[in-house]
Ligand binder design. Structure first.
Ligand code: ARG
Length: 607
């Protein structure tokens, strides 16, 4: 049973998980088959006074056994205590039957020192027993269309999830599934040929040429398509040419893609996001195989000339089965067909074991259907996880659609520039008022704060809720914001600079005696938070919610503040205590820096 491996379980530094295993064993021991499948229900304690964790298993089990929750809790507690006594205080039953669990000070101290003495720079976070191959499909804007705030959310959330998985030790393939194929290219190519033959002649070198605004270009092409009959006919012909791979048309298509690519790359560079472009067109040669696989599995049906799949749970309002179209009656394929081919390719060719799709919640039913079809037709092996990672809308401060004052869509470049501008102005203002010295590198500081604020504001909320975009809020120095986090980090660095005697303190626990001794309650509270780093990161790995990490950091900063208020650091009464408390500062800063890095935010040593 897992609890026989208690030392290695605790060594793996996810104490919540260790406790979960112990509860599972205790349930089995105390209740036998009656407890089969019972959920151990170990959660973080709701209040710090209650301890570190609580186990709520007794309540549900009591219902099942038709017994008194308190009695069930007593019995569970007795079985559990023999297992937890090596690392936890005597257990306590509270309320109707919760079991409160608090790690002993000695255990917290030893784990903290283990974290400090980790030579690998991983702060005690273990590598996975088996590294997974993960595809993260994120950002994925559409060629010749604007990259909007929704794509920004996808970019920021996807990048963070990829960073966390990479840090933990998984193999991550970051894929940009750009919309680079479809009938809209007919009108774009025709318009390009008519109006910008010069650009066309330059081909892919056209990156340097200014087409004006690509979004404007798209709009004009669309207008012409709607009113000019010949334009429309020529556009249709270009779609056919494109599908046939006619060289001049392909050339025009490549040019358009390249122009967009250059625009997108500016945003990625500004944000420091790395992505591999593998657009929809990549999967064109693989679509036929999808169709024949669907056919072979007997799923393919006909509906009004189109080839479709019928899925359970999808009905029209009239209650008729709603077909999932994979090939239109004119032979054309769809967004969904490409996604089927992509899922298959990622699972079978890329050998991905986990495939994540970071898009707005509006695409939930699209992915649900794609996944169902992929499973039913065995395009993807059953052990491969397919997961849509949805997020809510970005709204203006008024809760309406996010627009400029003039009512236009906000261009991403402008949005990021504005955040940096406000950050710069704030820094200048504070220098003028004398509340903060002007940073040596104003531009770099403004950039880190401004872009960090945009990212953090997005990541700190539950991604599934809609979020109100507010420069004022995200750039505020107080509250759960990037400037607050950056400031907290810089403040610790300044404390460490002050008492430093030239020693490299990065690994304060390397000597023979562990330096950290947790005497004060505030030290203990800070330490309890620090040693939960692994648990937090593994939760993000499993649940894919970046805000969990932000909450952890915010809590950590508050616990650090309480510690710093209660305890002298550089002026502590004994040299050992100075050393010990400086080690706590070092570790707090390292954890904060790691977390910020995982959110794609750089740190400032001074602020
Ligand atoms: N291009 C799509 C959009 O802008 C997002 C693509 C997401 N990825 C996918 N495999 N469908 O909404």
């Amino acid at each position: 049973t897992p609890s026989e491996h208690l030392p290695s379980l605790l060594e793996a530094s996810n104490y919540r998980r260790a406790l979960t295993y112990q509860v599972r064993d205790s349930l089995r021991e105390a209740f036998g088959p009656d407890a089969d499948g019972a959920d151990p229900m170990v959660t973080p304690a709701t209040r710090p006074e209650f301890g570190d964790y609580q186990c709520n298993a007794a309540l549900a089990l009591a219902k099942r056994l038709k017994a008194k929750p308190r009695d069930v809790a007593e019995k569970l507690k007795d079985a559990l205590e023999s297992r937890t006594q090596k690392w936890c205080e005597p257990l306590e039953i509270a309320g109707p039957g919760f079991i409160n669990v608090r790690m002993t000070p000695a255990f917290v101290e030893s784990r903290l020192n283990a974290m400090l003495s980790d030579q690998t720079g991983r702060l005690g976070v273990p590598r996975p027993a088996r590294a997974q191959r993960v595809v993260v499909d994120f950002s994925s804007p559409n060629i010749a269309k604007e990259m909007h705030v929704g794509h920004l959310r996808s970019t920021v959330i996807g990048d963070t999830l990829a960073r966390v998985l990479e840090f933990l030790g998984h193999g991550v393939l970051r894929l940009n599934h750009v919309g680079d194929w479809g009938t809209q290219f007919g009108m774009l190519i025709t318009h390009l040929k008519d109006r910008h033959p010069d650009v066309l002649a330059e081909g892919e070198a056209a990156a340097q040429t200014d087409l004006g605004d690509l979004v404007e270009f798209y709009k004009t092409a669309k207008q012409r398509f709607d009113v000019e009959e010949t334009f429309k006919a020529r556009s249709r012909q270009e779609v056919v040419n494109l599908q046939r791979g006619e060289p001049a048309t392909l050339q025009a298509w490549r040019t358009l893609c390249q122009l967009s690519r250059v625009e997108f790359q500016k945003i990625y560079d500004a944000l420091g996001v790395r992505l591999e472009e593998r657009g929809e067109s990549f999967y064109n040669p693989l679509l036929a195989q999808v169709l024949s696989d669907l056919d072979a599995s007997g799923l393919l049906k006909e509906s009004e000339g189109a080839r479709v799949v019928y899925l359970e749970g999808y009905q029209t309002r009239e209650g008729e089965a709603q077909p999932f179209i994979v090939q239109k009656s004119d032979g054309g394929f769809l967004y969904a067909t490409t996604d089927l081919a992509a899922a298959r390719h990622r699972a079978l060719e890329e050998k991905a074991e986990r495939i994540l799709y970071v898009t707005d919640a509006g695409q939930a039913s699209h992915f649900d259907q794609v996944f169902q079809v992929a499973r039913q037709a065995s395009l993807v092996p059953p052990e491969v996880q397919l997961k849509h990672v949805p997020f809510g809308l970005v709204q203006g401060e008024d809760g309406k659609k996010f627009k400029t004052r003039a009512g236009e869509t906000v261009r991403l470049k402008d949005l990021l520039d504005e955040a940096v501008r406000i950050a710069r102005d704030d820094l200048l203002k504070r220098a003028e008022e004398g509340t903060q010295p002007l940073p040596e590198d104003l531009e770099r500081s403004a950039r880190i704060i401004g872009l960090g604020a945009v990212k953090y504001a997005d990541l700190s909320l539950n991604r599934e809720s809609d979020y109100k975009f507010s420069y004022k809020k995200m750039l505020s120095l107080s509250g759960n914001t990037a400037p607050y986090m950056l400031y907290a980090y810089a403040r610790i660095q300044s404390i460490l600079r002050k008492g430093n005697n030239g020693e490299n303190e990065d690994r304060l626990s390397q000597g023979s005696t562990p330096p950290v001794v947790l005497a004060e309650p505030a030290e203990m509270n800070l330490a309890r938070q620090l040693i939960k780093l692994t648990e937090l990161l593994q939760r993000v790995e499993a649940e894919l919610y970046p805000h969990i990490l932000c909450e952890y950091m915010y809590d950590l900063c508050q616990k650090f503040n309480q510690f710093y208020e209660a305890c002298q650091v550089n002026n502590a009464p004994t040299p050992d205590l100075v050393r010990s408390r400086r080690a706590l500062c070092v570790l707090t800063a390292q954890v904060l820096r790691l977390c910020l890095d995982l959110l794609g935010i750089e740190v400032l040593e001074r602020m």
